[in-house]
Ligand binder design. Structure first.
Ligand SMILES: NC(=O)c1ccc[n+]([C@@H]2O[C@H](COP(=O)([O-])OP(=O)(O)OC[C@H]3O[C@@H](n4cnc5c(N)ncnc54)[C@H](OP(=O)(O)O)[C@@H]3O)[C@@H](O)[C@H]2O)c1
Length: 272
């Protein structure tokens, strides 16, 4: 299985993005799960907008490659490995290590990493159950608790949860994944209430069916799911990254606790 498909997240040119000024200059971002797919595209996009980006995930080769590609394009990125199934103490150590490596407090945190065991309830193994809860819910909770205090201390920060359209609908074979994404989105709404008054905006970007390694090998399924949508196609990681970059910027200063569906219309029109 080819895990690193750079054509899924075309690296934007850094100096001039659509002829506009960079919107994230001076910001320090941590994007979980940025060794692949939507996370890698997001790391590229945030760097293109001027942020210093900590790329992270378990795969050192892919993580180093993403960070190097960003630097080769003139951006600022480094890779710090993490396994988000780790115990809370280890995750808190990782948060400190990432902050130290970046050289300044993380003020833009994107909870993007997730696992999606594509099996029904009866077939789900105990190991998949534990891993999904750990990566999709426990790790975002622990990392937010570890990193939000530095944001509230400086009175500014942004946290973005990458949710899913599947959090909104019942699905016969990804029940736990869908539930975990709904739980993560609810955490984000609570964080918006908790940290918003102290300068930290928290929002959710909910992708639809997007072509990434998480659904590698399901091309026909993705095509069938998306060809009749208003958008008429599957999402691309760059589509999701663009929404994340906008939410991260001051252009979204009045957006708190919102869910931005970047799903080609799948959630609102699928029944039509
Ligand atoms: N693709 C879609 O159709 C779709 C639709 C809706 C929502 N989403 C959401 O979009 C986000 C990104 O998904 P994607 O499609 O880009 O998936 P992907 O290409 O499979 O990427 C998943 C990322 O999560 C990281 N990850 C997984 N387990 C980890 C662990 N134990 N510790 C640390 N990192 C871990 C992986 O890094 P390593 O392999 O290096 O550990 C990888 O970088 C997820 O939140 C997903 O729920 C995707």
């Amino acid at each position: 299985m080819t895990r690193h498909r750079s054509h899924w997240y075309p690296a934007p040119k850094l100096v001039c993005l659509d002829g506009m000024t960079q919107t994230l200059t001076g910001r320090t971002a941590l994007v979980t799960g940025s060794t692949s797919g939507i996370g890698a595209a997001t790391a590229h996009r945030l760097a293109a907008e001027g942020a210093r980006v900590v790329v992270t995930g378990r795969d050192v080769a892919r993580g180093d490659a993403v960070a190097k590609e960003i630097r080769d394009n003139g951006g600022d990125a480094l890779f710090v490995a993490s396994d988000l199934t780790a115990a809370p103490d280890v995750l808190r150590e990782f948060a400190k290590e990432a902050t130290d490596a970046a050289g300044s407090p993380i003020d833009l945190l994107v909870h993007n990493a997730a696992v999606c065991p594509a099996v029904d309830t009866l077939a789900l193994s105990d190991a998949d159950l534990e891993q999904t809860l750990a990566v999709n819910i426990r790790a975002p909770h622990v990392l937010t608790a570890a990193l939000a205090p530095a944001m509230t201390k400086q009175g500014q920060g942004v946290i973005i949860v990458v949710g899913s359209w599947m959090a909104e609908v019942g699905h016969p074979f990804v029940g736990l994944y869908s539930a975990s994404k709904a739980a993560e989105a609810q955490l984000a709404r609570s964080w918006a209430a908790e940290f918003g008054p102290r300068g930290v905006r928290v929002n959710i970007v909910a992708p639809g069916a997007t072509r990434t390694p998480i659904n590698d090998g399901s091309d026909d399924v993705i095509r069938r799911m998306t060809e009749n949508l208003p958008a008429g196609r599957a999402g691309l990681p760059a589509d999701i990254a663009a929404a994340i970059a906008w939410l991260a910027s001051d252009q979204a200063a009045y957006v708190h606790g919102a869910t931005i569906a970047v799903d080609g219309g799948i959630t609102t029109t699928r029944a039509a």
